[in-house]
Design a protein around this ligand. Structure first.
Ligand SMILES: Nc1nc2c(ncn2[C@@H]2O[C@H](COP(=O)(O)OP(=O)(O)OP(=O)(O)O)[C@@H](O)[C@H]2O)c(=O)[nH]1
Ligand SMILES: [Mg+2]
Length: 304
């Protein structure tokens, strides 16, 4: 009864777990058997498999994982596209035809190139080894006849275990970091307090030192200088007050006078200027001119 309950709980937990999407990339030399492997995973016979040009996509469900495998073409000319899939792939399935001994060196070089790539390093890699009979290689033995049952090879199972292991490690690391953060958060206020206390003590120390050395003379000098400055300031302020008063008086006096016309530019110019003052002649005003004398004319000025 107890085991049944535990099983039910485990099943419910697994059912509640969110579905994880994982993308994998399947690479290897041409004719290595990548597409045949992909067909085998899907429960199909790997017969009449044509060389892959570009890629083919496989979707399958593995427990809580939704797996997408990109089966990429392995021809020399197509290998350049592999790197375009590295970034979004969680891991790599590298298929090797171990019976093709002649191409072992090429396989080695290609694999090391893949492993060296910065977008692959650190990611899980599964090397899928396919071994074919000599008859298969010669083409004398028909595939369908030799393998009546579909090849059920699931390269994702070991990768899934690696993923789960990695996740556990990540969770542990996360918890550790959180713990460290919390401990840092607790110690931070203490640090602050300690620093404050230190700075305060430094200040008090410096003031104490000043008193100890008795810089009273400099203090006196500073005081006298300040007083002198204040006196100067007072004098300046009184002078400025007097000048203000003087200007006030001047203004008062000048306000009774008639201002000259063109001396002040700021004053608005009147359209009809006032008549010019009459010229004095020994204190007596000259009579106004009625007619002005003109050259080569008989007309003379007449004094009225
Ligand atoms: N008998 C036998 N034939 C196989 C096996 N795996 C692959 N083949 C055959 O080998 C040929 C190449 O296999 P593919 O799966 O197309 O190889 P590939 O790696 O996908 O090649 P590219 O798509 O060109 O990169 C096909 O004709 C397959 O039928 C196997 O396990 N046994
Ligand atoms: Mg293929």
């Amino acid at each position: 009864m107890f085991s049944l309950m535990a099983n039910c709980c485990g099943w419910y937990k697994r059912w509640r777990e969110p579905v994880r999407k994982v993308t994998l990339v399947m690479v290897g030399l041409d004719n290595a058997g990548k597409t045949a492997t992909a067909k085998g995973i899907q429960g199909e016979h790997p017969e009449d498999v044509a060389p892959t040009v570009g890629f083919s996509k496989i979707n399958l469900r593995q427990g809580k994982f939704e797996v997408t495998i990109f089966d990429l073409g392995g021809g020399k000319r197509i290998r350049g596209i592999w790197k375009n899939y590295y970034a979004e792939s969680y891991g790599v399935i590298f298929v090797v035809d171990s019976s093709d001994e002649e191409r072992m060196e090429e396989t080695k070089e290609t694999m090391s190139e893949v492993l060296r790539h910065p977008r692959i390093s650190g990611k899980p890699i599964l090397v899928e080894q396919r071994e074919r009979e000599q008859a298969d290689l010669d083409g004398t033995n028909g595939l369908a006849e030799s393998d009546p049952e579909p090849v059920i090879v699931n390269p994702f199972q070991p990768i899934a275990s690696v993923i789960i292991e990695n996740e556990k490690k990540l969770e542990k690391e996360k918890k550790k970091q959180e713990m460290e953060k919390n401990s840092d958060g607790c110690s931070l206020p203490h640090k602050m307090e300690h620093e404050q206390i230190e700075t305060q003590s430094q200040i008090s120390d410096s003031s104490q030192k000043n008193n100890e050395f008795g810089i009273t003379d400099s203090y006196k000098e500073a005081l006298t200088q300040q007083l002198a400055n204040e006196d100067e300031l007072d004098q300046r302020s009184s002078e400025s007050d007097n000048s203000k008063k003087k200007t006030k008086k001047l203004r008062m006096k000048r306000s009774h006078r008639v201002e000259p016309v063109n001396t002040d530019d700021s004053a608005p110019k009147s359209p009809t200027p006032p008549p010019p003052p009459l010229p004095d002649f020994y204190g007596k005003p000259l009579p106004p001119l009625a007619v002005r004398q003109r050259p080569n004319s008989d007309v003379h000025d007449v004094i009225s």
